[in-house]
Each structure stands twice: as structure tokens, then as C-alpha cells.
Design a protein. Structure first.
Length: 501
């Protein structure tokens, strides 16, 4: 055990005072690497107090000055990219290349936030009535909070707090207790970029910290990413306490494969999107829907590629898939594979017996081989549940309409994709599918930062998607001002609904 991770409150690292800690592990080695302090409600309150005290001056800071700090933050994050990727890889288990990609996608949102003076521009209408003008503009909400998941410890915090503070809010972040080092380091970098003390705070912890955030009277808005069960709890609890909430939940992303699709492109897309990051992505493809006669060829091409996956320590540049985040999560994923066999699905590639070889000292890491099921049916739990691991299910559909119906009937609606050469089929799919993010020959359709990210159905609770233009709207509220500057004698009181002439 090498380190203790505390909190970041009012521009300083604070050791935990609750006396409660969680264990941090290096998944590649399978050993504890440190402890993280679990915040009490009092410590969360201290972070909120710091944010509330910093709010008036920060909200009064001009958008142009806030934008210049965002430019500096972007520059520093790029300078520290290798360090941040190393922290992610060491505590999450994703490969270094994947971790760097995560940091890049987070920096893209900071880059978008650099344009906040333009994004906060209001609207103006002259002479809506005789001598009456109307203008509207957006103002910050106040103290905002974010609760982020283990699978993107750099990207998701960077999708939240830069947008929030660029809009003039202050922020309290509660990252995952499984990999807390990177978010804390990002907060330190934000201070170096010029973010004043108290504007960004980080409290680590478990449900006690989450509940303290959701019920705190001085927090105006909460952004969350995690499982659907917790997302629904966050949404109902937060809104029940008068907060604006966006809560992004789970996923079961389908990739529809039509018979005319290029087999090599399909195989490459499924291998990367299903097994990258060991399947621990909310946008991972976990179901391939083979239409018509595409199924046999798909399995024939996929099976040897899944068996040949290069699995090992996350820091080895030759490794394609690292370990899962914890031993408990690995065992949970393995239990789903057991269940799939019991349910009658055809386990074409069984990764449960994977044993790491050729990496001395890493034998106890949380590794699981890639698993591939064929002939999965919609009534099976392995089809219905979000497994969040390196498990791909192939479902057979007789035709295009049946494939679309299958996608639309699932309770999750985060992302989906279709692979085809038929433009009419692709357009029809994109129009008719009841999913928030759609890829056409793109397996993981995560929008760029100047658009917005979010699913439908039980993949999102709340009205706003994340970052991009939707992020600006989520972290601000509109104010409309109708003004008249009369001269001479006032006309007197009016008791009817005012109209403009």
C-alpha cells in the first residue's frame, strides 16, 4: 500500500476526517495500491461551503476571463496527458493507449468551453411594443455537483466541471472511489490554470457522500453517470430536493449487421467496440444483431479474433485488453457467462478459463478472456442486463424490420449502430430507431464536444444531454428582461394582461 488519497477542498488537499476509507487496487497486479478517504456529510458540507463562498466573485468574472482560464487548462492537460493516462491505467486497468484516448475526449470538452463568451450570448428584440425592448440571457445556477463513474475517471469529470465553471458556476465533484487519483490531479491542474480556490472541489466517498450531495440545500444541480439503478435513485432524490438533475444510466448497445456489410469492417468494429476497455464502457457494443444470413459468417470471422485477443497488463504497449477494474466485478461478469450457458445460449468462445502467461508478477491481476455467445434470445438475462465486461452476444434476426424492432424493445436506449452499404436502410434505421446516439458504419458513435452526449429511455433521466450546447443549457437558467424608458406622464395602472402595441 503506497498512498492515501484525500479530498480537494478550497484549493487544498485535505486528509479525510471521517475515519472511513476504501481500498484502491492496481487491477493489472491484483494488489492494493492505496486507500481513499470516504467523506462524511460534514466534509461534503465543507466543500459546498467553499464553493458557495467562491461563487459571487467567480460568477462576476467575465466570460472572456473564464474562457482564458479554459485555454490554459486545455494546455496544461495536454502537457500532463501521459501522467493522467498513467493514473487512469494504474487504477482502472484500461490500456495506456485507451487511457490517453479518454483524456483526449475530455480535453475536447475543455476546448469547447473555451468558446463560452459566444455560447452565453443572449437574444435581443427591439420594439416589441411602442418604446419597449426585450432581451434574454443566461445566468449560472450556483453551486453544481457531479457524481462520476469508475470507467472514465478523466473524461467524465472533464465533461462536467469545465462546462459548469465556464458558465459561472462553482463545482463539487464526487468521483468513483475505485480510481480517484486522476480526478484529484485534474483539480490540482485546474488551480494551476488559474481556477480560483473553492471554484472546483473534490470529495471522495461512498453513498454517504452521494446522499449528502443530493440533499444539500445549497447545491442547485447534479450531473451523474453510472448504472440505471443508481441513476434513477439520483434523479428521484435530487429532484425531490428541488435540484436540476441529469442522470445518465446504463446501456445495452446493439450493432445491426446487414448481409451486405463488409465482413472485415464488421469484425474489426465489433472486436474494438465489444472488447476495448474490457467492455467497461457505456457505449460498448454488447449485442450484434445478425440479419438474414449474416450470422454464420459473422461468428466464423469473430471467433478466432476473440480467441487471439492480446490480454495482459495495462501498461504493456502490445496489449489490446487489460484487466477488469476489481476482482468482484470480474467475478460478476464471469457469473453472467455461467448464466448464459445455463440459459441455453451457445458459448462459442469461453474466456472464463483465461490464465495470464508471459507476464511475471501479474498472475493475480483481474483478467478474464473474451467471451462470445451465439444464438442469444431476448428472454435471456445475458441479453436483458448490462454485463459491463468482455462479453459479446450475437442475436439472429430474420430481416431488417425485426432487427429494428429488437433494438427498440430493449429498455436501454443509449447507443446503437448499423453496418451496411445500403444508404436507404441506413437512413431508415437512423430515423426509426428509438435510441439517443446512432452510428452508421461507426461502432461507437460518441458525439464530438460541440454536439451533446446522451441516450433515451432508461439510459437517461432528465431533460438535458451532456456537454456541448445541451451542457450550456443545463448549467444555466434563462432570464428575460422587458424594458421601457418612458418620458412624460405615465398612463396609469392597467389591470388586464399586458399586450404590446
Amino acid at each position: 500500500m503506497s498512498k492515501d488519497v484525500g479530498h480537494w477542498i478550497n484549493g487544498q488537499v485535505r486528509a479525510g476526517t471521517s475515519g472511513r476509507f476504501g481500498d484502491i487496487f492496481n487491477p493489472s497486479v491484483g494488489e492494493q495500491s492505496g486507500r481513499v478517504a470516504f467523506a462524511s456529510a460534514a466534509e461534503v458540507d465543507a466543500a459546498v461551503h467553499a464553493a458557495r463562498e467562491a461563487l459571487p466573485n467567480w460568477a462576476a468574472t467575465t466570460p472572456l476571463r473564464r474562457a482564458r482560464i479554459m485555454f490554459k487548462l486545455k494546455d496544461l492537460l495536454e502537457q500532463h496527458m501521459d501522467e493522467l493516462a498513467d493514473l487512469v491505467s494504474s487504477e482502472h486497468g484500461k490500456t495506456l493507449a485507451d487511457a490517453k484516448g479518454e483524456v483526449v475526449r475530455g480535453i475536447e470538452v475543455v476546448e469547447f468551453a473555451c468558446g463560452i463568451p459566444q455560447l452565453l450570448k443572449g437574444e435581443f428584440s427591439e420594439s416589441v411594443g411602442t418604446g419597449v425592448d426585450l432581451l434574454s440571457f443566461r445566468q449560472p445556477l450556483g453551486v453544481c455537483a457531479g457524481i462520476t463513474p469508475f470507467n472514465f475517471p478523466a473524461m467524465i469529470p472533464l465533461w462536467m466541471f469545465p462546462m459548469a465553471i465556464a458558465c459561472g458556476n462553482t463545482f463539487v465533484l464526487k468521483p468513483s472511489e475505485k480510481d480517484p487519483s486522476c480526478p484529484l490531479r485534474i483539480a490540482e491542474i485546474a488551480k494551476e490554470a488559474g481556477v480560483p480556490d473553492g471554484v472546483v472541489n473534490v470529495v471522495n466517498g461512498d453513498k454517504e457522500a452521494v446522499d449528502a450531495i443530493l440533499t444539500h440545500p445549497d447545491i442547485a444541480a447534479v450531473s451523474f453517470v453510472g448504472s440505471t439503478r443508481i441513476a434513477e435513485y439520483v434523479f428521484t432524490t435530487g429532484t425531490g430536493h428541488g435540484k436540476r438533475v441529469q442522470a445518465l444510466g446504463g446501456a445495452k448497445n446493439h450493432m445491426v449487421v446487414l448481409p451486405d456489410a463488409d465482413p472485415a469492417q464488421v469484425t474489426d468494429a465489433l472486436i474494438g467496440s465489444a472488447y476495448g476497455s474490457a467492455g467497461e464502457r457505456c457505449m460498448a457494443i454488447s449485442v450484434a444483431v445478425a440479419v438474414g444470413n449474416a450470422g454464420d459468417k459473422l461468428i466464423e470471422d469473430l471467433a478466432p479474433r476473440v480467441r487471439a485477443l492480446k490480454i495482459g497488463p495495462s501498461h504493456d504497449p502490445a496489449v489490446e485488453m487489460g484487466p477488469l477494474v476489481t476482482a468482484q466485478h470480474r467475478d460478476k461478469v464471469r457469473s453472467y457467462v455461467d448464466l448464459g450457458v445455463e440459459e441455453g445460449a451457445d458459448l462459442v468462445v469461453d474466456g472464463r478459463g483465461f490464465s495470464l502467461e508471459g507476464f511475471q508478477g501479474y498472475e493475480n491481476g483481474y483478467y478474464l478472456g473474451g467471451c462470445l455467445f451465439d444464438r442469444v434470445e431476448p428472454h435471456m438475462k445475458i441479453y436483458q442486463d448490462e454485463i459491463f465486461g468482455p462479453v459479446l452476444s450475437v442475436v439472429r434476426a430474420p430481416d431488417f424490420d425485426a432487427a429494428v424492432d429488437l433494438v427498440n424493445k430493449h429498455e436501454y436506449g443509449n447507443g446503437t449502430a448499423i453496418f451496411t452499404r445500403d444508404g436507404d436502410a441506413a437512413r431508415t434505421f437512423a430515423h426509426n430507431v428509438n435510441i439517443g446516439m446512432v452510428g452508421i458504419n461507426v461502432p461507437i458513435p460518441v458525439p464530438m464536444a460541440f454536439h451533446s452526449f446522451g441516450g433515451w429511455k432508461r439510459s437517461l433521466f432528465g431533460d438535458h444531454h451532456m456537454h456541448g450546447p445541451e451542457g450550456v443549457r443545463f448549467y444555466t437558467k434563462q432570464k428575460a428582461v422587458t424594458s421601457r424608458w418612458p418620458t412624460g406622464i405615465r398612463a396609469g395602472a392597467e389591470f388586464k394582461m399586458p399586450t404590446m402595441t
